[in-house]
Design a protein around this ligand. Sequence first.
Ligand SMILES: Cc1cc2nc3c(=O)[nH]c(=O)nc-3n(C[C@H](O)[C@H](O)[C@H](O)COP(=O)(O)OP(=O)(O)OC[C@H]3O[C@@H](n4cnc5c(N)ncnc54)[C@H](O)[C@@H]3O)c2cc1C
Length: 462
Amino acid sequence: MSDQATTLTKSEFSGNIFEPGDPGYDDARAIWNAMIDRHPAIIAQCLNVDDVIAAVKLAGARNLPMSIRGGGHNVAGHAVCDKGIMIDLSKMRGVSIDAENRLAMVEGGALWRDVDTASQEHGLATPGGLISDTGVAGLTLSGGIGWLRAKHGLSIDNLVAADVVTADGLLLHASADENTDLLWALKGGGGNFGVVTRFLFKLHTIGPEIMFAAPIYSVEDGPGPIRAWRDFLAKHGDRVGSLCEFSTAGGEDFPEESWGKRVYTLACVFNGDAAEGEFLLQPLRELGTMVTDFSGRMNYCDTQQLFDTLMPEGEYRCYWKARYLTDLSDEMIDLALKNAQSAPSDNSLCSLWNFGGATMKVAADATAFGDRTMGWMYSLDGVWSDSKDDEANIEWSRAGWSSAESHGHHGRAYLNFPGHGEDGDSLTRVSFGDNYQRLVEIKTKYDPKNRFRFNQNIQPEG
Ligand SMILES: Cc1cc2nc3c(=O)[nH]c(=O)nc-3n(C[C@H](O)[C@H](O)[C@H](O)COP(=O)(O)OP(=O)(O)OC[C@H]3O[C@@H](n4cnc5c(N)ncnc54)[C@H](O)[C@@H]3O)c2cc1C
């Protein structure tokens, strides 16, 4: 271990330090996307806030940039840097629930599974993502789109306060009363402003039983069911969080004759009473001949883990892109069907996500995330196994993303599906729209030397 790491260990650091060659170094730098192979100079695996402060101060003293690892799910691999300090919060996953005041206190390395399990013990939940081992931090800081968005908005819309270690090693509390600019920036501005060691979220009464509908139709049967689903959501989008997910049938849950065929799932979660949801969502299961149907009433936590097996940690190579759409026209539906047919890998997914309801009620300047007038999002998740297929799969995701440009919403993209980050500054600026300049000012105030730069980077002035 080098001098600098020894100093950190002996002085104030209670976690684990890894440097190249140390046992455990390779495990600690591995993240969800198997394509990412970066080598930090130091990995500071923190156990508490003091560790985070010590690691950030070390980065300052050594003039090193920092990457921050929450759940490690960012497909661009922003959690890991070459040569800088990786601040790893994967051991800081504590969650505590204040049921009386309906609040969840969540440590900066927690996964959504941690939050869902703890809050459901009290019949409560806050909007997270669709996969239970995604990190709370990265997902929230760039927006957070999950099943509960229809009634309760994005994850950021439920963020009440946060504790943040800034680039100079200060621990700040950001809330409606203190450091209000910082709280505003955290609501969509990503990991640009410091290390969030604790989030405070609003909780809502959810479940425990909820209605999940998932009728599956064949791509060969064309756009009819998708058009009907779109028209259904135009009426019920304030109570139904949904996506149409294109995939490839396979495995024992599908009838054998469908294996290898491209299909789509009209996946919906009713944001309310399960029995009412079952009745309301029934027509979506009668739109044609289903390949199969995974619909049913189930516990909220089970719904939150339903898609986990599609996305195992560290197994696949990935390249994901997403753009917002103003409307979902018939032409866009046809394009999505065509792109789904041409995916080179059977593991890839692409999806049409609805917005509406609470998501759209927030003003563009109320959070850093920006404009909420988009009706839809189109995402292409390239997922494959062999490095020799990298080019074909990346090309498929990018070409599909570009093909939808004329249906896009002011060129804006969801910054949590950033490809490998190659669209850089120009896409970041467009996506923040009129909020970009305010974000630059806040970045300049809290991180003037841009030490937190492994993200959808907002560059400070000067
Ligand atoms: C399988 C899978 C499913 C997904 N499903 C959804 C979904 O349903 N909805 C959705 O909205 N998104 C979804 N995403 C996208 C996801 O939101 C992003 O990948 C997000 O960046 C993951 O956060 P993380 O903490 O796991 O990532 P990490 O890779 O650990 O972190 C990503 C970035 O977030 C910042 N960051 C992380 N922790 C902190 C912290 N404590 N303080 C400050 N900054 C921090 C840093 O800039 C870091 O580089 C999914 C991704 C995957 C891989």
